[in-house]
Design a protein around this ligand. Sequence first.
Ligand SMILES: [Zn+2]
Length: 132
Amino acid sequence: MTEQVIWECFLMRRDGDLEWLWQRAQARDPLGRKFFDGIGEWLEKCRKAPADKAPQCLTCEQTFRDPAQPPLTFFVTHSEDPRINVVLLTGVCWRCAEKSDTELLKRGTELTAKFLKGRADGERHPSTETTH
Ligand SMILES: [Zn+2]
């Protein structure tokens, strides 16, 4: 029996995806629900985290602290695995949001792989796989 968790990534862009996710959340779809919970936690972190722990932009040095205008593009990592109850969100600042999906996804996938590796090293079954 394998314990491998399959992670999937996508870019959430304001035009289109947000409404789609909102509809999923209204329909009590797990991904929609987790996504909006995740956004809530992310915003909370922006407000409360010390400067060096504030959420950072996916592709530049900008950090999001008490954002009056939160970014509307997010790199989202999630899993359909019922054991995984969270999504990982990385904000993309307004400037970087103009980069192509391909570029942002590439960067996001690298970061996620690094994060999951660190996470997996502390677990019994270190094998993880990222798809998108
Ligand atoms: Zn940026």
